[in-house]
Design a protein around this ligand. Structure first.
Ligand code: HAM
Length: 455
Protein backbone atom coordinates (compact mmCIF):
# COMPACT_ATOMS: atom_id res chain seq x y z
CA UNK A 1 0.00 0.00 0.00
CA UNK A 2 1.32 3.47 -0.84
CA UNK A 3 2.01 5.82 2.03
CA UNK A 4 -0.83 8.07 0.85
CA UNK A 5 -3.37 5.22 0.84
CA UNK A 6 -2.26 4.09 4.27
CA UNK A 7 -2.76 7.60 5.64
CA UNK A 8 -6.27 7.70 4.17
CA UNK A 9 -7.20 4.42 5.89
CA UNK A 10 -6.15 5.55 9.36
CA UNK A 11 -9.02 7.19 11.13
CA UNK A 12 -7.90 10.35 12.89
CA UNK A 13 -7.95 9.91 16.65
CA UNK A 14 -10.91 11.49 18.37
CA UNK A 15 -9.62 13.33 21.39
CA UNK A 16 -11.64 13.49 24.57
CA UNK A 17 -11.12 15.40 27.79
CA UNK A 18 -8.80 13.45 30.12
CA UNK A 19 -10.59 11.24 32.68
CA UNK A 20 -11.62 13.28 35.69
CA UNK A 21 -11.59 16.58 33.78
CA UNK A 22 -14.46 18.16 31.90
CA UNK A 23 -15.54 21.08 29.77
CA UNK A 24 -17.92 23.64 31.16
CA UNK A 25 -20.13 24.89 28.36
CA UNK A 26 -21.93 28.27 28.18
CA UNK A 27 -25.19 26.71 29.41
CA UNK A 28 -23.34 25.91 32.67
CA UNK A 29 -20.89 28.77 32.97
CA UNK A 30 -23.78 31.18 33.52
CA UNK A 31 -24.24 29.57 36.92
CA UNK A 32 -20.50 29.35 37.56
CA UNK A 33 -20.16 33.08 36.93
CA UNK A 34 -23.16 33.83 39.13
CA UNK A 35 -21.61 31.79 41.97
CA UNK A 36 -18.21 33.44 41.58
CA UNK A 37 -19.65 36.94 41.38
CA UNK A 38 -21.69 36.26 44.52
CA UNK A 39 -18.49 35.10 46.26
CA UNK A 40 -16.66 38.31 45.26
CA UNK A 41 -19.61 40.36 46.55
CA UNK A 42 -20.19 38.50 49.85
CA UNK A 43 -16.51 38.04 50.76
CA UNK A 44 -15.94 41.71 49.93
CA UNK A 45 -18.55 42.71 52.52
CA UNK A 46 -16.51 40.77 55.13
CA UNK A 47 -13.36 42.71 54.19
CA UNK A 48 -11.61 39.91 52.31
CA UNK A 49 -9.31 40.66 49.36
CA UNK A 50 -8.67 38.30 46.45
CA UNK A 51 -5.31 36.55 46.07
CA UNK A 52 -4.26 34.61 42.96
CA UNK A 53 -1.53 32.06 43.57
CA UNK A 54 0.20 29.87 40.97
CA UNK A 55 -1.27 26.59 39.77
CA UNK A 56 1.97 24.75 40.56
CA UNK A 57 4.40 25.02 43.43
CA UNK A 58 7.29 23.11 44.91
CA UNK A 59 6.20 19.55 45.78
CA UNK A 60 7.90 20.03 49.11
CA UNK A 61 5.56 22.93 50.01
CA UNK A 62 2.55 20.59 49.82
CA UNK A 63 4.35 17.66 51.45
CA UNK A 64 5.35 19.80 54.43
CA UNK A 65 2.00 21.52 54.92
CA UNK A 66 -0.58 18.89 54.05
CA UNK A 67 1.60 16.03 55.33
CA UNK A 68 3.65 13.44 53.41
CA UNK A 69 1.52 10.57 54.76
CA UNK A 70 -1.86 12.03 53.77
CA UNK A 71 -3.76 10.55 50.83
CA UNK A 72 -3.58 13.86 49.00
CA UNK A 73 0.22 14.04 49.04
CA UNK A 74 1.15 10.36 49.01
CA UNK A 75 -1.25 9.24 46.27
CA UNK A 76 -3.04 12.06 44.55
CA UNK A 77 -0.62 14.75 43.44
CA UNK A 78 0.37 15.40 39.83
CA UNK A 79 4.09 15.78 40.19
CA UNK A 80 6.67 16.45 37.52
CA UNK A 81 10.08 17.94 36.91
CA UNK A 82 13.19 16.53 38.55
CA UNK A 83 13.71 12.90 37.58
CA UNK A 84 11.06 10.40 36.55
CA UNK A 85 12.18 8.12 39.37
CA UNK A 86 11.12 10.75 41.88
CA UNK A 87 7.61 11.22 40.52
CA UNK A 88 7.17 7.45 40.75
CA UNK A 89 8.24 7.64 44.34
CA UNK A 90 5.77 10.42 45.14
CA UNK A 91 2.94 8.45 43.52
CA UNK A 92 3.94 5.35 45.42
CA UNK A 93 3.78 7.32 48.65
CA UNK A 94 7.49 7.01 49.37
CA UNK A 95 8.46 10.61 50.03
CA UNK A 96 11.12 9.76 52.58
CA UNK A 97 14.58 10.92 51.61
CA UNK A 98 13.25 12.62 48.53
CA UNK A 99 14.33 16.08 49.56
CA UNK A 100 17.99 15.28 49.96
CA UNK A 101 18.04 13.55 46.57
CA UNK A 102 16.21 16.29 44.76
CA UNK A 103 19.22 18.07 43.28
CA UNK A 104 19.70 19.55 40.80
CA UNK A 105 16.13 20.20 39.65
CA UNK A 106 13.24 20.90 41.98
CA UNK A 107 10.12 18.75 41.81
CA UNK A 108 6.91 20.62 41.29
CA UNK A 109 3.27 19.58 41.73
CA UNK A 110 -0.06 20.87 40.47
CA UNK A 111 -1.73 22.35 43.53
CA UNK A 112 -4.12 19.92 45.25
CA UNK A 113 -5.37 22.82 47.42
CA UNK A 114 -4.38 26.43 48.06
CA UNK A 115 -3.93 26.91 51.81
CA UNK A 116 -0.24 25.98 51.57
CA UNK A 117 0.26 28.43 48.70
CA UNK A 118 -1.49 31.25 50.57
CA UNK A 119 0.75 30.67 53.60
CA UNK A 120 3.80 30.64 51.32
CA UNK A 121 2.65 33.94 49.79
CA UNK A 122 2.00 35.43 53.28
CA UNK A 123 5.62 34.74 54.18
CA UNK A 124 7.09 35.69 50.79
CA UNK A 125 5.38 39.10 50.81
CA UNK A 126 5.97 39.77 54.55
CA UNK A 127 2.24 40.16 55.05
CA UNK A 128 2.75 40.11 58.82
CA UNK A 129 3.61 43.79 58.35
CA UNK A 130 0.13 44.54 57.02
CA UNK A 131 -2.75 45.39 59.39
CA UNK A 132 -3.71 42.07 61.04
CA UNK A 133 -5.42 39.78 60.49
CA UNK A 134 -4.88 39.46 56.74
CA UNK A 135 -8.09 38.20 55.12
CA UNK A 136 -7.69 36.58 51.71
CA UNK A 137 -9.86 34.58 49.35
CA UNK A 138 -9.19 32.70 46.13
CA UNK A 139 -10.94 30.69 43.47
CA UNK A 140 -9.60 28.39 40.80
CA UNK A 141 -8.75 24.86 39.73
CA UNK A 142 -7.12 22.28 42.01
CA UNK A 143 -5.81 18.85 40.99
CA UNK A 144 -6.05 15.48 42.74
CA UNK A 145 -5.63 12.07 41.16
CA UNK A 146 -8.72 10.56 42.81
CA UNK A 147 -11.12 7.98 41.41
CA UNK A 148 -13.59 10.12 39.44
CA UNK A 149 -17.29 9.90 40.27
CA UNK A 150 -20.23 12.26 40.63
CA UNK A 151 -18.94 15.32 42.50
CA UNK A 152 -15.34 14.09 42.42
CA UNK A 153 -12.98 15.14 39.67
CA UNK A 154 -9.26 15.24 39.02
CA UNK A 155 -9.43 18.87 38.04
CA UNK A 156 -11.95 20.52 40.32
CA UNK A 157 -12.55 24.06 41.47
CA UNK A 158 -12.41 25.58 44.90
CA UNK A 159 -13.50 28.89 46.32
CA UNK A 160 -11.60 29.36 49.55
CA UNK A 161 -10.66 31.92 52.16
CA UNK A 162 -7.92 32.22 54.77
CA UNK A 163 -7.45 34.53 57.77
CA UNK A 164 -3.84 34.89 58.89
CA UNK A 165 -2.42 36.94 61.73
CA UNK A 166 -1.50 37.15 65.36
CA UNK A 167 -4.85 36.32 66.93
CA UNK A 168 -6.70 33.06 67.35
CA UNK A 169 -9.78 34.76 68.84
CA UNK A 170 -12.80 32.43 68.61
CA UNK A 171 -14.71 35.30 67.00
CA UNK A 172 -12.46 34.88 63.96
CA UNK A 173 -13.41 31.20 63.63
CA UNK A 174 -17.07 32.11 63.98
CA UNK A 175 -16.93 34.97 61.49
CA UNK A 176 -15.22 32.80 58.86
CA UNK A 177 -17.97 30.19 59.26
CA UNK A 178 -20.65 32.90 59.26
CA UNK A 179 -19.22 34.16 55.95
CA UNK A 180 -19.54 30.77 54.19
CA UNK A 181 -23.05 30.33 55.56
CA UNK A 182 -24.01 33.83 54.37
CA UNK A 183 -22.64 32.98 50.93
CA UNK A 184 -24.62 29.72 50.76
CA UNK A 185 -27.70 31.53 52.00
CA UNK A 186 -27.34 34.20 49.28
CA UNK A 187 -27.16 31.41 46.68
CA UNK A 188 -30.20 29.71 48.25
CA UNK A 189 -28.28 26.44 48.59
CA UNK A 190 -30.65 23.79 49.92
CA UNK A 191 -30.23 21.33 52.80
CA UNK A 192 -27.17 23.05 54.25
CA UNK A 193 -25.77 21.29 57.33
CA UNK A 194 -22.78 22.64 59.27
CA UNK A 195 -20.76 20.18 61.37
CA UNK A 196 -18.08 21.42 63.77
CA UNK A 197 -15.50 19.86 66.05
CA UNK A 198 -12.28 20.63 67.88
CA UNK A 199 -9.35 18.29 67.34
CA UNK A 200 -7.17 19.82 70.06
CA UNK A 201 -3.63 21.06 69.74
CA UNK A 202 -0.01 20.01 70.17
CA UNK A 203 -0.58 19.57 73.91
CA UNK A 204 -3.64 17.39 74.03
CA UNK A 205 -3.99 15.72 70.65
CA UNK A 206 -0.93 13.42 70.80
CA UNK A 207 -2.19 11.94 74.08
CA UNK A 208 -5.63 11.39 72.57
CA UNK A 209 -4.13 9.85 69.42
CA UNK A 210 -2.10 7.43 71.57
CA UNK A 211 -5.22 6.46 73.47
CA UNK A 212 -7.17 6.04 70.23
CA UNK A 213 -4.41 3.91 68.73
CA UNK A 214 -4.35 1.67 71.80
CA UNK A 215 -8.13 1.21 71.62
CA UNK A 216 -8.00 0.57 67.87
CA UNK A 217 -5.30 -2.08 68.29
CA UNK A 218 -7.69 -4.01 70.55
CA UNK A 219 -10.27 -4.22 67.73
CA UNK A 220 -7.83 -4.33 64.79
CA UNK A 221 -9.10 -7.70 63.50
CA UNK A 222 -12.59 -6.34 63.06
CA UNK A 223 -11.45 -3.36 60.95
CA UNK A 224 -10.99 -3.18 57.18
CA UNK A 225 -7.53 -2.91 55.55
CA UNK A 226 -7.67 0.91 55.19
CA UNK A 227 -8.43 1.44 58.85
CA UNK A 228 -5.88 -1.18 59.89
CA UNK A 229 -3.21 0.74 57.99
CA UNK A 230 -4.37 4.03 59.51
CA UNK A 231 -3.92 2.73 63.06
CA UNK A 232 -0.22 3.22 62.40
CA UNK A 233 -0.19 6.19 60.00
CA UNK A 234 -3.04 8.36 61.27
CA UNK A 235 -5.54 6.81 63.72
CA UNK A 236 -7.74 9.91 63.63
CA UNK A 237 -8.65 9.14 60.04
CA UNK A 238 -10.28 5.88 61.17
CA UNK A 239 -13.04 8.08 62.61
CA UNK A 240 -13.70 9.28 59.04
CA UNK A 241 -14.52 5.76 57.84
CA UNK A 242 -17.81 5.30 56.04
CA UNK A 243 -17.56 1.47 56.05
CA UNK A 244 -20.84 0.10 57.39
CA UNK A 245 -19.12 -2.75 59.25
CA UNK A 246 -16.92 -0.31 61.22
CA UNK A 247 -19.63 2.05 62.44
CA UNK A 248 -20.54 0.05 65.56
CA UNK A 249 -16.87 -0.17 66.59
CA UNK A 250 -16.21 3.53 66.01
CA UNK A 251 -19.20 4.49 68.16
CA UNK A 252 -17.47 2.95 71.19
CA UNK A 253 -14.10 4.71 70.72
CA UNK A 254 -12.93 7.48 73.06
CA UNK A 255 -14.04 10.96 71.98
CA UNK A 256 -11.65 13.88 71.64
CA UNK A 257 -14.04 16.30 73.37
CA UNK A 258 -13.39 14.39 76.60
CA UNK A 259 -9.61 14.73 76.16
CA UNK A 260 -9.10 18.37 75.16
CA UNK A 261 -6.70 20.40 77.31
CA UNK A 262 -8.17 23.32 79.23
CA UNK A 263 -7.19 25.94 76.62
CA UNK A 264 -8.60 23.96 73.69
CA UNK A 265 -11.82 23.19 75.56
CA UNK A 266 -12.24 26.89 76.40
CA UNK A 267 -11.52 27.89 72.78
CA UNK A 268 -14.04 25.39 71.46
CA UNK A 269 -16.72 26.53 73.92
CA UNK A 270 -16.10 30.15 72.90
CA UNK A 271 -16.33 29.33 69.18
CA UNK A 272 -19.72 27.71 69.78
CA UNK A 273 -20.86 30.73 71.78
CA UNK A 274 -19.70 33.08 69.02
CA UNK A 275 -21.58 31.04 66.41
CA UNK A 276 -24.73 31.26 68.53
CA UNK A 277 -24.31 35.05 68.81
CA UNK A 278 -24.31 35.15 65.01
CA UNK A 279 -27.34 32.91 64.67
CA UNK A 280 -25.31 30.20 62.90
CA UNK A 281 -26.87 26.77 63.40
CA UNK A 282 -24.34 23.96 63.83
CA UNK A 283 -24.15 20.31 64.80
CA UNK A 284 -21.26 18.96 66.84
CA UNK A 285 -19.62 15.97 65.20
CA UNK A 286 -16.83 14.37 67.22
CA UNK A 287 -15.79 12.25 64.24
CA UNK A 288 -14.96 15.25 62.06
CA UNK A 289 -11.17 15.11 61.87
CA UNK A 290 -10.38 16.23 58.26
CA UNK A 291 -7.80 14.64 56.00
CA UNK A 292 -4.98 17.17 56.01
CA UNK A 293 -2.28 17.30 58.69
CA UNK A 294 -2.14 21.03 59.31
CA UNK A 295 -5.38 21.30 61.27
CA UNK A 296 -5.68 21.96 65.01
CA UNK A 297 -8.60 23.00 67.24
CA UNK A 298 -11.61 24.11 65.17
CA UNK A 299 -12.56 21.92 62.21
CA UNK A 300 -15.76 22.16 60.21
CA UNK A 301 -17.49 20.71 57.21
CA UNK A 302 -20.67 21.69 55.40
CA UNK A 303 -22.87 19.32 53.44
CA UNK A 304 -25.70 20.14 51.05
CA UNK A 305 -28.48 18.24 49.37
CA UNK A 306 -28.47 16.35 46.09
CA UNK A 307 -24.83 15.23 46.11
CA UNK A 308 -24.92 11.52 46.98
CA UNK A 309 -21.82 10.19 48.71
CA UNK A 310 -19.62 13.19 47.85
CA UNK A 311 -21.79 15.59 49.81
CA UNK A 312 -19.13 17.74 51.54
CA UNK A 313 -19.46 21.07 49.83
CA UNK A 314 -17.03 22.90 52.12
CA UNK A 315 -14.27 21.93 54.53
CA UNK A 316 -12.06 24.01 56.74
CA UNK A 317 -10.44 24.61 60.06
CA UNK A 318 -7.76 26.27 62.12
CA UNK A 319 -4.10 25.72 61.31
CA UNK A 320 -2.05 27.79 63.80
CA UNK A 321 1.63 27.06 63.32
CA UNK A 322 1.53 26.22 59.60
CA UNK A 323 3.21 29.50 58.62
CA UNK A 324 6.00 28.77 61.13
CA UNK A 325 6.36 25.25 59.77
CA UNK A 326 7.04 26.86 56.40
CA UNK A 327 9.74 29.12 57.88
CA UNK A 328 7.59 32.18 58.57
CA UNK A 329 6.83 34.16 61.73
CA UNK A 330 4.57 32.87 64.49
CA UNK A 331 1.09 33.12 62.95
CA UNK A 332 -2.43 31.87 63.59
CA UNK A 333 -4.59 30.80 60.69
CA UNK A 334 -8.05 29.57 59.84
CA UNK A 335 -9.85 29.07 56.57
CA UNK A 336 -12.04 26.94 54.38
CA UNK A 337 -12.46 25.77 50.82
CA UNK A 338 -15.73 25.21 49.03
CA UNK A 339 -15.90 22.57 46.29
CA UNK A 340 -17.36 24.73 43.56
CA UNK A 341 -18.26 21.78 41.31
CA UNK A 342 -20.33 20.27 44.14
CA UNK A 343 -21.90 23.59 45.03
CA UNK A 344 -22.99 24.00 41.40
CA UNK A 345 -24.30 20.41 41.25
CA UNK A 346 -26.42 20.97 44.33
CA UNK A 347 -27.79 24.28 43.01
CA UNK A 348 -28.62 22.65 39.67
CA UNK A 349 -30.38 19.72 41.34
CA UNK A 350 -32.56 22.01 43.39
CA UNK A 351 -33.43 24.16 40.37
CA UNK A 352 -31.66 27.26 41.71
CA UNK A 353 -29.68 27.82 38.53
CA UNK A 354 -30.35 31.02 36.58
CA UNK A 355 -31.30 30.40 32.94
CA UNK A 356 -28.89 31.29 30.18
CA UNK A 357 -29.80 34.71 28.81
CA UNK A 358 -30.88 34.76 25.15
CA UNK A 359 -29.86 37.55 22.77
CA UNK A 360 -31.66 40.87 23.01
CA UNK A 361 -31.64 41.59 19.31
CA UNK A 362 -31.15 39.48 16.20
CA UNK A 363 -30.50 41.63 13.13
CA UNK A 364 -32.10 40.17 10.02
CA UNK A 365 -30.58 42.02 7.07
CA UNK A 366 -30.80 41.67 3.28
CA UNK A 367 -28.80 43.58 0.67
CA UNK A 368 -25.44 45.32 0.63
CA UNK A 369 -26.70 48.69 1.87
CA UNK A 370 -28.66 47.02 4.65
CA UNK A 371 -25.52 45.08 5.66
CA UNK A 372 -23.59 48.31 6.19
CA UNK A 373 -26.48 49.75 8.26
CA UNK A 374 -26.74 46.47 10.21
CA UNK A 375 -23.04 46.61 11.15
CA UNK A 376 -23.48 50.19 12.41
CA UNK A 377 -26.70 49.28 14.28
CA UNK A 378 -24.98 46.30 15.95
CA UNK A 379 -22.12 48.53 17.10
CA UNK A 380 -24.49 51.12 18.59
CA UNK A 381 -26.74 48.56 20.27
CA UNK A 382 -23.79 46.71 21.80
CA UNK A 383 -22.36 50.00 23.04
CA UNK A 384 -25.69 50.59 24.76
CA UNK A 385 -25.31 47.20 26.48
CA UNK A 386 -27.61 45.01 24.38
CA UNK A 387 -26.54 41.57 23.27
CA UNK A 388 -26.76 41.44 19.51
CA UNK A 389 -26.49 38.67 16.94
CA UNK A 390 -25.43 39.88 13.52
CA UNK A 391 -25.46 37.03 10.99
CA UNK A 392 -22.33 37.05 8.83
CA UNK A 393 -24.13 36.08 5.62
CA UNK A 394 -27.26 37.34 3.98
CA UNK A 395 -30.28 35.09 4.49
CA UNK A 396 -33.97 35.22 3.58
CA UNK A 397 -36.05 36.98 6.26
CA UNK A 398 -38.02 33.80 7.03
CA UNK A 399 -34.87 31.82 7.75
CA UNK A 400 -33.39 34.68 9.77
CA UNK A 401 -36.48 34.90 11.96
CA UNK A 402 -36.36 31.14 12.58
CA UNK A 403 -32.72 31.50 13.62
CA UNK A 404 -33.62 34.40 15.94
CA UNK A 405 -36.24 32.21 17.60
CA UNK A 406 -33.79 29.34 18.13
CA UNK A 407 -31.33 31.68 19.81
CA UNK A 408 -34.04 32.88 22.17
CA UNK A 409 -33.76 36.47 20.90
CA UNK A 410 -36.31 38.94 22.28
CA UNK A 411 -36.41 41.07 19.15
CA UNK A 412 -35.60 40.80 15.48
CA UNK A 413 -34.49 44.03 13.83
CA UNK A 414 -35.45 43.78 10.19
CA UNK A 415 -33.27 45.76 7.80
CA UNK A 416 -33.94 45.59 4.05
CA UNK A 417 -33.54 48.12 1.25
CA UNK A 418 -36.90 49.76 2.10
CA UNK A 419 -36.03 50.27 5.75
CA UNK A 420 -32.67 51.78 4.88
CA UNK A 421 -34.02 54.22 2.29
CA UNK A 422 -37.01 55.24 4.46
CA UNK A 423 -34.88 55.55 7.61
CA UNK A 424 -37.55 53.57 9.46
CA UNK A 425 -36.47 50.27 10.94
CA UNK A 426 -38.81 47.37 11.64
CA UNK A 427 -38.65 45.80 15.10
CA UNK A 428 -40.42 42.50 15.63
CA UNK A 429 -41.16 41.31 19.18
CA UNK A 430 -40.67 37.55 18.91
CA UNK A 431 -42.80 36.56 21.90
CA UNK A 432 -46.06 37.89 20.37
CA UNK A 433 -45.09 38.52 16.75
CA UNK A 434 -46.03 42.22 16.91
CA UNK A 435 -44.14 44.64 14.68
CA UNK A 436 -43.52 48.39 14.73
CA UNK A 437 -41.37 50.87 12.80
CA UNK A 438 -38.93 53.23 14.48
CA UNK A 439 -36.40 55.83 13.51
CA UNK A 440 -32.90 54.94 14.64
CA UNK A 441 -32.91 57.11 17.83
CA UNK A 442 -36.48 56.08 18.72
CA UNK A 443 -35.57 52.42 18.41
CA UNK A 444 -32.72 52.71 20.90
CA UNK A 445 -34.99 54.62 23.25
CA UNK A 446 -37.73 51.99 22.97
CA UNK A 447 -35.31 49.11 23.61
CA UNK A 448 -33.79 50.89 26.60
CA UNK A 449 -37.21 51.49 28.13
CA UNK A 450 -38.40 47.92 27.60
CA UNK A 451 -35.14 46.55 29.10
CA UNK A 452 -35.62 48.76 32.15
CA UNK A 453 -39.15 47.38 32.58
CA UNK A 454 -38.12 43.73 32.25
CA UNK A 455 -35.08 43.91 34.58
P1 HAM B 1 -10.57 19.69 51.49
O1 HAM B 1 -11.56 19.16 52.47
O2 HAM B 1 -9.52 18.79 51.02
O3 HAM B 1 -9.92 20.97 52.18
O4 HAM B 1 -11.35 20.27 50.25
C1 HAM B 1 -12.38 21.23 50.40
C2 HAM B 1 -13.54 20.91 49.49
O5 HAM B 1 -13.07 20.78 48.14
C3 HAM B 1 -14.22 19.58 49.77
O6 HAM B 1 -15.16 19.71 50.80
C4 HAM B 1 -14.89 19.30 48.44
O7 HAM B 1 -16.12 20.03 48.36
C5 HAM B 1 -13.91 19.87 47.45
N1 HAM B 1 -13.13 18.80 46.83
C6 HAM B 1 -12.04 18.17 47.32
N2 HAM B 1 -11.60 17.22 46.47
C7 HAM B 1 -12.42 17.25 45.40
C8 HAM B 1 -12.50 16.52 44.17
N3 HAM B 1 -11.61 15.60 43.84
N4 HAM B 1 -13.51 16.83 43.30
C9 HAM B 1 -14.41 17.79 43.60
N5 HAM B 1 -14.39 18.51 44.74
C10 HAM B 1 -13.41 18.25 45.63
C11 HAM B 1 -8.99 21.78 51.59
O8 HAM B 1 -8.68 21.73 50.43
C12 HAM B 1 -8.42 22.82 52.53
N6 HAM B 1 -7.38 23.57 51.82
C13 HAM B 1 -9.52 23.73 53.04
C14 HAM B 1 -8.99 24.77 53.98
C15 HAM B 1 -8.70 26.05 53.68
N7 HAM B 1 -8.71 24.57 55.24
C16 HAM B 1 -8.25 25.70 55.76
N8 HAM B 1 -8.22 26.59 54.81
Amino acid sequence: MSEGAQKKQEKPRKFQAIRGTRDLLPSETVLWNHVEQTAHAVFGTFGFGEIRVPIFESTDLFARSIGAETDVVSKEMYTFGGFAEFSERVRGGRMEGMLSEMQPEEMISLRPEATASVCRAYIEHSMQQLPQPVKLYYMGPMFRRERPQKGRYRQFYQIGAEVLGGSDAPAIDAEVIEMVMTFFDRLELQGVQLDINSIGDRNCRPKYVDLLRAELLKVKDRLGPDSQRRIETNPLRVLDSKLESEQGIIATLPRIADHLCEECAAHYAAVKHQLEMRGVIYRENWRLVRGLDYYMRTTFEITAQGLGSQNAVCGGGRYDGLVELLGGPSTKGIGFAIGEDRLILSLQESGKAPAQEGRDVYIAWMGERAHATAIRAAKDLRKAGFSVELPPLEQKFGKALGQADKLGAKYALILGDNEVSEGLWTLKTLADGSQAKYTEPDLLDHLRKSKAVSS
